[in-house]
Design a protein. Sequence first.
Length: 170
Amino acid sequence: MVKAVGTAFSVRLNPEQVNVIVSEGIVDIASVAPIANSDHSQANSKPTEQKLASLAVGQTTNIPSTYQSPNQTAAPQVIKTIPTQELERKLAWRTGYLVFAGDPLSQVIDEISRYTPISIQMANPEMADIRVGGRFKVGELDAMLEVLETSFGLQISYLDDHRIQLRPAQ
């Protein structure tokens, strides 16, 4: 559970984790256990909350997306304070841009893939660590691919209408 306390923040849910970034105010983070009793008719039944952390402006953390039972202690959260420039870069999607600054190609593909139904694949897993930088308008896939091709030494292959493959240029 991510709870705003007069704030502005970003939450990104991945299969493995939830990423929270605070740009204004304070955000409380808690794990929430489902109601143990299968009889949900009890009016006073409430899920069990376990506060994990509070984040302030410029702070970020990743939280495992798997439920921690009340008998388990929540994994310690690493809270990072990020510089203003990085905060703005990470939240640029709110103004319609994707901004990368030496990010691994694998992360760039993951981010681009959030905004297109087209599957982008790497022909070689070793390409995942290629560092990419640039500012791209969300939704302009062709422009992004052109920059990857001309500036980062990648060859773009359209496998069909729904799949693109990246490989090192010859």
